[in-house]
Design a protein around this ligand. Structure first.
Ligand SMILES: [Mg+2]
Length: 224
């Protein structure tokens, strides 16, 4: 039988207490925010299609298919084959400032890592164990509460569904399209953008061009 709310609950006292006792739940994208995967893909493409030629820093996060004179389909085929190799994931480095930044974030709230990496690549390796090993290697393992990998390549809403199910307060991603889904369901969003791209944004989205900026945005949202 429903009971009428107590006067103090009506006045918002209860929600205030609950808010203080709960830790902020922060969803964090793995590739592109914590692991420096995008430049690793670009660098692998240039090394593969221009063997013996030095990799130039100017390539950054972009591949110039016309300059390479390789059809886009051929490049995509190569990337697909690259992403199912154990070596690619093992060699990744953290994004600049990510290790320190994650350490700061875990003092503000609990961090839940989400990734579209497929949960299990049966042969020849298990991506879950590989990813956990990578997190341990960079001393990130103890700073996160959970790691969720996508059970299927095809589930494009995997991350946003996880956020809904687990009541995240805030989400950090490097893809605009992905970030948009989160503010559509009412989360605070930080868009990590290393390239200073121009796009139109909702008011609730903070854009961070570096890890210290991510930390400041989260601090602002959390009222620290
Ligand atoms: Mg990403």
């Amino acid at each position: 039988m429903p009971t009428s709310p107590k006067p103090w609950a009506k006045e918002g006292y209860l929600s205030l207490v609950t808010k203080k006792m709960e830790r902020l739940k922060i969803g964090l994208d793995l590739d592109g925010v914590v692991a420096d995967s995008a430049p690793a893909v670009v660098s692998a493409i240039y090394k593969h299609f221009r063997p013996g030629q030095p990799y130039e820093e100017r390539f950054g996060l972009s591949v110039h298919a016309e300059e390479l004179k390789i059809p886009v389909e051929t490049i995509l085929e190569f990337v697909t084959s690259l992403l199912v190799t154990e070596e690619f994931y093992q060699k990744l480095k953290p994004v600049r400032g990510a290790v320190k930044g994650v350490d700061k974030l875990c003092r503000i709230g609990e961090i839940h890592l989400l990734s579209h990496r497929p949960q299990t690549v049966k042969d020849p390796f298990d991506i879950s164990n590989l990813t956990l090993g990578w997190l341990r290697k960079w001393d990130l393992h103890s700073k996160i509460v959970s790691l969720s990998l996508n059970p299927s390549h095809l589930d494009r809403d995997f991350k946003v569904n996880q956020a809904k199910e687990r009541n995240f307060d805030l989400y950090i991603d490097d893809e605009l399209e992905e970030a948009e889904k989160f503010w559509d369901i009412g989360l605070k969003v930080v868009l990590f953008n290393l390239q200073n791209d121009h796009f139109s944004l909702s008011k609730e989205v903070a854009v961070a061009h570096s890890w210290p900026k991510i930390v400041s945005a989260v601090e602002k949202f959390s009222g620290v």
